[in-house]
Design a protein around this ligand. Structure first.
Ligand code: BGC
Length: 420
């Protein structure tokens, strides 16, 4: 797929990146997820990235990215409540140092879904003690790691809450609305306080969360109940969080229930906003399903469905970026990617989404970076090893990495769209 000669809209300092998370690449026997999913007992080190990270970081250099978002595996840093693992800390510092030597800006995520086992056993998010535990870990990281300016406190806090407290498909595996609300308050309290801690140590820090924004649609447009669900999901997912960062209050309102207001100390505790965007979701009211909602992905625009059944809907990215622009802050697409074996489809997905960003820039939106998810094939939480989000393919028998045409295309895209 060739680019026509054009004047690129991407500013010179646009951050072209790739995003990963530690656990999905390297596992960790001390993390809650390692025993949560039986698949992991056969592949505890997943891609063996922890051992071969230097080679993997070279792939970033080959791509020509100037930014890299990765996470710290908390369970490696603090395997027991009273133990800090200095070697693990040195390991993540080495990643940062290598990135700096390649002129690649690190963006560090402190929490990307996994926890040390002891954390979930003793003080999961619905217990007040979770706050102090997370902040101790945060302070340790911020005080120790050098040369990091961009920090993400939490990756997708709503997913932690929905998976862990409403759907029960992720640790701690509860289905408990009252506890989910306490957990929400505690997690966002951690964000607000972590924001201050990070700024205390790194005065020019840029701090955010990475929030997964989605486009919602009614399954049947003519059905008022489907339309009501769409409206509620859109408000909850895309707007209540933005409002909370502006006002310090979460307003949670589901159909046929009273609104709940939760105060959280996060007003203005953001320097940019990280948007993870993948897909559009159709919703149907179905009293036989959990919470009366049935979700579905429909291939309405003919772009195809991904390996994990998600609709490809590039236009939705513009919509969610416009929602996020209400914050009046720089926006980063902290994740965007596709699970597929079909690398031509991957190339198309990337091009279509980058085209959308280019149009958004021309329309005046303050988008500062794009991070493709992800560098190499990895472990996908609920789907195991076959989802194939990587720019580089991993043979899970030999653990050999090989570039897909999407890697070549991304390198080309970065070159051709950047204003040099
Ligand atoms: C998560 C990643 C995940 C990706 C694809 C994002 O919601 O942050 O960890 O692999 O989606 O499902």
């Amino acid at each position: 797929m060739h680019e026509t000669t054009r004047k690129p809209a991407f500013p010179e300092d646009f951050q072209w990146g790739v995003a990963t998370s530690a656990f999905q690449l390297e596992g960790s026997s001390n993390a809650d997820w390692s025993t949560w999913d039986p698949v992991l007992s056969d592949i505890p080190e997943i891609t063996n990235h922890y051992a071969v990270f230097r080679e993997d970081l070279k792939l970033l250099k080959d791509l020509g990215v100037n930014s890299y978002r990765f996470s710290i595996e908390w369970s490696r840093i603090q395997p027991r409540p009273d133990t800090w693992d200095d070697e693990a800390i040195a390991h993540y510092q080495e990643i940062i140092d290598i990135l700096r030597s390649y002129n690649i800006e690190p963006m560090v995520t402190l929490h990307h879904f996994t926890h040390p086992k002891w954390f979930l056993e003793r003080s999961p998010w619905h217990k007040t003690a979770s706050i102090e535990k997370f902040l101790r870990y945060t302070e340790k990281m911020v005080a120790t790691l050098r040369n990091v300016r961009y920090w993400i406190t939490f990756n997708e806090p709503y997913v932690i809450l929905i998976g862990g407290y409403l759907d029960g498909c992720t640790p701690p595996g509860l289905r408990d609305v009252p506890r989910s609300l306490v957990a929400l308050k505690n997690i966002f309290t951690c964000h607000g306080k972590a924001y201050d801690i990070i700024h205390r140590y790194v005065p020019d820090a840029q701090v955010s969360i990475a929030h997964n924004m989605s486009v919602f649609a009614p399954w049947k447009k003519w059905n008022p109940l489907d339309r009501l669900l769409k409206k509620s999901a859109n408000f909850f997912y895309n707007h209540s969080i933005i409002n909370a960062f502006q006002t310090g209050v979460f307003v949670i309102k589901f159909p046929f229930s009273r609104a709940v207001e939760i105060e959280v100390p996060i007003k203005n505790k953001l320097d940019f906003f990280g948007v993870n965007y993948y897909t559009r979701i159709h919703l149907r009211f179905n009293p036989l399903k959990k919470m009366g909602v049935e979700l579905r992905h429909l291939d309405i625009e003919g772009h195809g469905l991904t390996n994990i059944g998600w609709e490809v809907h590039p236009r939705g990215l513009a919509k969610v970026l416009r929602y996020a622009s209400r914050l009046d802050l720089p926006l980063f697409i902290t994740e965007n990617g596709i699970a597929t074996h079909d690398t031509e489809m991957k190339v198309r997905y990337m091009k279509q989404h980058v085209d959308v960003i280019e149009r958004c820039l021309k329309d005046g939106l303050d988008v500062r970076g794009y991070f493709y998810w992800t560098l190499i094939d990895n472990y996908e939480w609920l789907q195991g090893l076959d989802s194939r989000f990587g720019l580089y393919k991993v043979d899970f028998k030999t653990l050999k990495r090989s570039p897909t045409s999407a890697a070549t295309y991304y390198a080309y895209l970065i070159q051709s769209r950047s204003r040099m």
